[in-house]
Design a protein around this ligand. Structure first.
Ligand SMILES: Nc1ncnc2c1ncn2[C@@H]1O[C@H](COP(=O)(O)OP(=O)(O)OP(=O)(O)O)[C@@H](O)[C@H]1O
Ligand SMILES: [Mg+2]
Length: 259
């Protein structure tokens, strides 16, 4: 295993290509995320943001390109242009380095909050119940939801559900957190509590790749903004620079529309 050095990106995606039938959704997307970096991935609907994110933990497979997680090869393309994934156990291990949070929470509805948090650590990571419970309680306290430990998801607000979903992802102790529009299903008054939780994670130097329409979050919390359009990564630059000057016509038009 390569040594963890700050120079090795936590995510290094190079020239990713993906098509659905005749629809070329990713046209050679390259993006890297450094250790402790927060990258906001923005762009119009249908530009390929979710697909890109899903390729990083093998919820989708790519057609060509290379993905390295903390320096290790998840998938590469050989000289013949054949895409080759790491052997299954290895790929699973690499994908477990990232936790994902979805727009629609995806909590298990038949499990309580606490049971949602201990499920994967026990079943996938093989933790003893007592240890999984201890970890779950700590994470619920962290997201401010200890009082809801025995509630079922249906009894929670959207913001609370999303904070549980974040805690559940953290329960697997990921090195990277991937967020796909975590607040866009929420009423505006519930968005703040989720963004606050994400900001705390960023303050703890969690490596984060966040697909978002929240320009305030991108501006204030992200170190870097990456803008996608029509399956291409058009620009990636420091957030401060990006908002001062996105440096590309399409990115400027998008910003004008969003702000
Ligand atoms: N499983 C799928 N099968 C077929 N086409 C798909 C699939 N998933 C996504 N697509 C198509 O890929 C393109 C990119 O979709 P994607 O969801 O990645 O965009 P997005 O940037 O996340 O958009 P949004 O901001 O609306 O979430 C779209 O044209 C979409 O219809
Ligand atoms: Mg999407």
């Amino acid at each position: 295993m390569p040594a963890m050095t700050p120079d090795v990106p936590m995510i290094a995606a190079a020239q990713l290509k993906k098509r659905f039938g005749s629809n070329e959704v990713l046209r050679g997307v390259s993006l890297s995320v450094a250790h402790g970096e927060v990258v906001a991935l923005i762009g119009p609907s249908g530009s390929g943001k979710s697909t890109f994110l899903r390729c990083l933990n093998q919820l989708e497979t790519i057609d060509a390109g290379e993905i390295r997680i903390a320096g290790e090869l998840l998938v590469g393309t050989d000289a013949q242009g054949q895409c080759r994934y790491a052997p299954e156990a290895e790929a699973r291990r690499l994908c477990r380095k990232s936790g994902m949070v979805f727009q629609h929470f995806n909590l298990f509805p038949h499990l309580t909050v606490l049971e949602n948090l201990i499920e994967a650590p026990m079943v996938v990571a093989g933790l003893a119940r007592a240890e999984a419970l201890q970890r779950a309680e700590r994470l619920l306290a962290k997201v401010g939801l200890s009082a809801k430990r025995d509630s079922y998801p249906a009894r929670l607000s959207g913001g609370q559900k999303q904070r549980v979903a974040i805690a559940r992802a953290l329960a697997m102790e990921p090195e990277i957190m991937l967020f796909d529009e975590p607040t866009s299903a929420l009423d505006p008054e519930l968005t703040g509590e989720v963004l606050r939780t994400m900001r705390e994670l960023a303050d703890e130097r969690m490596t984060m790749l966040v697909v978002t329409h929240e320009m305030g979050f991108a501006r204030e919390v992200a170190h870097t903004v990456a803008f996608m359009d029509e399956g291409e990564l058009v620009v990636q630059r420091a957030a401060r620079e990006f908002f001062a000057d996105p440096g590309h016509e399409r990115a400027q038009a998008f910003l004008d529309h969003m702000l």
